[in-house]
Structure formats: C-alpha cells, structure tokens
Design a protein. Structure first.
Length: 513
C-alpha cells in the first residue's frame, strides 16, 4: 500500500486529519478514528479508550462504501513510552470486542486486563475488529454469532436441508446491499492494520497474532515491512499451507504423538498398554452406534448423540485445549460405560463453540467463508483430499464434516492470486509459538513459516494445544519478554518442553465426582 515509506513516516509525524494520502497515483482519503463511548468497565487504575476506524471497503474506489471497525485501546499504566502492541484475532471471524450476551463486558470475558498487564507497563495494547465480522460495519455474518444460549438455540434449530438456503439468501442479500465479499480478504485486513497505525500516528507497531491472526500478521509484514517492529505469532497459519488439504494426516499425527508419549510414560504405559486399539475401537463403535449423553448447559439440559466424528471432535477439543493427558483416561472409561470425563469435555466444547447438538457442523460466518473459500478451498486438490479421507479410517472422520465443499460454491468469491499464497519473507524479529498437540495449526506449520523469516525463533510447547499463551504461563512470559526485547537469540526465561503429565491426569480422573 505504501510505496514511499519515508513519505509515510513524514505524514505520521505531521498529523493526519487535514490532508489526503496519495497511493499509487490515486488520492485516497486518510483513515480516521472517530471516538465513541466505551462499553467496557476497566479495573480501578486501568483506562480504555474506544474508537471506530473508518476506511474504504475497496481502496481502489475510495469514494465507495466505508467500512467501520471498532477499536479498543487499553492504555499503558504510565504515559506510553514505546510502540503499541496490536492484537490480531483468529477465526477468521473472531470478534474479541463483542460480548457473548447483551450487557456483558467483552474485555472482562476475555480476561484482557490481566493478560496484558505486563505489556501495558509501558505500551498501549490495541484491539482491532476484523472487517466483516462482529464489531464491524458491515457485518457479513448470516446468523447471530454470539455465544449466548438464545443465539445457540437458533443455530441448533437449523436443519441440514436449511443450511444451504440460508447461505444462498445471505449471499444474495449482500449483492442487494452492494457489499462485495471479495473485499473481505487477508490483504484487506492487513491494510486495515496499516491504516490504524496511520490514524494512531504510529510509525512503528508490534503485532500479536493468534491462529488466523498469525496469517493476518504475516500479511502485514509482507505488505508493510517497515511498519512492524516485532511480532509474536501463536498457533502459526502461514499462507503457503492449506488447512483443508491434509487434515486426516494432521489428525493422525497428533494421535500418533499421544500414543508415543503414553508409551514413553511408565504410568500411562501400564494403565493403557493398547491405547491405539482403545481409541480406534471406541470411535469405530460410536460410528456404528452413537453414544447418547445428556449435556448440562448454561440454562438447560440437552440430549446429544455422539457418532464417531463427534466423539473425535471431543477428543481433538481436549488436545486443542491442552488436555491431551486426559484422553487415555477418557477413552478407557468409555469401555466401562463411564461417560463422566467425556461428558465434561463435551459440555465444554458445546458451551464454547457448539457443533455437537445440531445435526451437522455449521459455518455461517460470512468473513470466514470469504477468506477460507478464497484462500484455502480454491486451492484444494479435491480428488487427493477425498482419497485421504477414505483411506484414513477414524482419522478422516472430522474432515468429512467440513462445510467448505457445500458452502464455497454458494458464497461465490474468486480465488486468491497465487502470489498471496507464497511464503512471507521478512527481516522483522518474530517469535513463533506452537503446541505439540495443536492439530488446527500444527508445529510443522510454525517451522515452515520460520524457514522464510530471517530473524525468528520457533518454540514448541510439548504438552499444549492451540493458542499456547492462554494455556501455559511460560508462553505468556516468552511473549511479554520478546515484545519488550525482540531478540530471537536471547536466552529463554522458561521452557515448555515437559511432556504431558499423565500422572496428574490419572489423579484428576480418579477424583472425579
């Protein structure tokens, strides 16, 4: 976007309110921040400022539709003396500034004040909404994305036959409103970050991306290389990998990791000598005859039937949440018709994300479809994917539930240019964090991204899953220390190489009420 970085820095120093930026020979109105009332209640001694960032939907047509993005600035404890940290959420489609229910406080729900306390000793932390998602106007979501029970109930009421019709009507409604989903892309989101820096009068920023937010952050570094001082990428999803193509292989590998870790642990080896056979046996049995459970949710109890695919979803959820050590105990208890552990994690999965009670997986987040259909599904080798699913046994079950084959033709977005799927090469200092049990963004993806970053360090947390900063206090320490002093060669203040604690997991299972 910026073809003259020196000129851009000059503009930043001089203020932005009264002039235009000239980009590629085209006059584009400067992005602006409109202050708005904050719905958040910071703890005593903390401050937050709220804005709306206003940018063009299509930067090549600046006179067209505007996109409005919510921004929250968690203020430094003292007057900010260092470059701010901008948080890039996952998904795509996550909405960290939108509460789960009316009247709730999104920052409190996300524990933002505690999580950013060390960083905010001397720098602001800025949270930016994703264009097209919650907290932005327009919002491309086809159903209420909030996680309140009423919102979930509306999703559960959708039958499989109704799914496609909802997407067709939603996409047609965007056409009527002249909203172009092709403008809701990772490069567009990256330029939103650069525009936010301009509007904040910041020549340099730091990035903290999580999950899809890592791909977002990498694209910022590609398109605006002089803007980023340092980046921490947690759960790395680089543009050159394809999350849909090899899911059965990735799922198999994470279970192979579990089998190997159990065999290497004396207690787990003794208690679960045939762990592979147990896992595959209970999942295959559920695929033949679904397990019937009653889940206690926030305001109701709901019956659910877990077939093999949904049982695998619960086990993978455990791994993703850093609970891999409890998987052997969970599958062992199923053979005794003891569903307590399974029920606990099924309730956690359904309460946070859903996907178990409705008859089929659903994906009604418009931004997710716009980005994933454009950047991922368009490049899938469909025949190779089908063969992988068919030959992978239980490890291919979750890939069968993907809605991309049905939803992407309905959503109608053009494929991303091949250049966008090339590795990001940058000299920006980057800390990459992975969990060994992360099947959504496996450690191999972090290693692949790091190969193309000349000033980078990749740290794998042996017992953790997806998003290690919220699972392991050491990962949070590494993030905070790196943002303070972004030197990949610096000695680590702590280590994350301890394997899963099967002994503690056994004690938890034994003491379960």
């Amino acid at each position: 976007m910026w073809h003259n970085k020196a000129m851009a820095r000059s503009w930043l120093r001089g203020g932005l309110a009264a002039f235009l930026l000239v980009l590629a020979g085209q006059a584009i109105a400067a992005p602006r921040l409109d202050r708005e009332r904050c719905p958040y209640k910071p703890p005593r001694g903390d401050r937050v400022e709220c804005f709306v960032l206003v940018v063009p939907e299509n930067r090549e047509q600046p006179e067209g539709r505007e996109v409005r993005l919510k921004v929250a600035v968690l203020k430094a404890k003292r007057p900010a003396s260092a470059e701010p940290l901008i948080y890039l959420a996952g998904g795509p489609g996550d909405a960290p500034l939108v509460a789960s229910a009316p009247g709730a406080d999104a920052l409190a729900e996300g524990d933002w004040w505690n999580d950013t306390a060390i960083i905010r000793r001397k720098r602001d932390v800025v949270i930016l909404s994703q264009r097209g998602a919650g907290g932005a106007t327009p919002n491309l979501d086809c159903l209420d994305p909030r996680t309140s029970e009423p919102a979930k109930a509306r999703r559960r009421a959708v039958s499989e036959d109704q799914e496609r019709d909802i997407l067709v009507r939603c996409r047609a409604n965007l056409d009527r409103r002249k909203i172009d989903p092709a403008m809701y892309t990772t490069p567009a989101l990256a330029d939103d970050v650069a525009d936010l820096a301009i509007a904040l009068s910041q020549a340099r920023i730091n990035l903290n991306g999580v999950s899809y937010g890592t791909r977002w952050g990498l694209e910022v570094m590609r398109r605006h290389p002089s803007l980023v001082r340092a980046a921490v990428l947690d759960g790395v999803y680089p543009p050159q990998v394809n999350g849909e193509q090899n899911e059965p292989t990735i799922v198999r590998r994470v279970f192979e990791q579990l089998y190997a870790d159990c065999a290497a642990d004396a207690l787990c080896r003794e208690r679960h000598p045939g762990l592979r056979g147990t896992v595959e046996g209970v999942v295959e049995a559920a695929q033949g005859k679904a397990l019937e459970l009653v889940l206690q949710l926030e305001d109701s109890s709901r019956q659910v039937r877990l077939d093999g695919a949904k049982l695998m979803a619960v086990l993978l959820h455990m791994m993703r949440e850093g609970e891999a050590a409890l998987v052997p105990e969970t599958v062992a208890t199923l053979r005794r018709n003891d569903f307590r552990l399974l029920k606990m994690f099924a309730e956690d999965l359904e309460g946070n994300e859903g996907g178990l009670i409705e008859q089929n997986a659903q994906q009604f987040d418009g931004l997710y479809n716009s980005i994933e259909c454009r950047e991922t599904w368009a490049y899938v080798d469909r025949a190779a994917r089908r063969k992988s699913i068919e030959t992978s046994g239980i490890y291919g079950l979750t890939a069968r539930t993907s809605k991309s084959p049905a939803f992407c033709p309905v959503w109608r977005v053009p494929p991303a240019p091949a250049a966008e799927r090339q590795p990001v090469k940058a000299a920006t200092p980057v800390l990459l964090l992975s969990g060994a049990y992360d099947w959504l963004t496996p450690p191999a993806w972090g290693r692949e991204a790091a190969r193309h970053l000349s000033v980078a360090r990749h740290v794998v947390f042996r017992a953790q899953g997806h998003g290690v900063v919220v699972q392991d206090s050491c990962a949070a320490r590494l993030r905070d220390a790196f943002i303070d002093e972004p030197d990949p060669k610096r000695g680590l203040p702590c280590r994350g190489d301890a394997p899963p604690n099967f002994t503690a997991a056994y004690e938890r299972a034994r003491n379960l009420p």
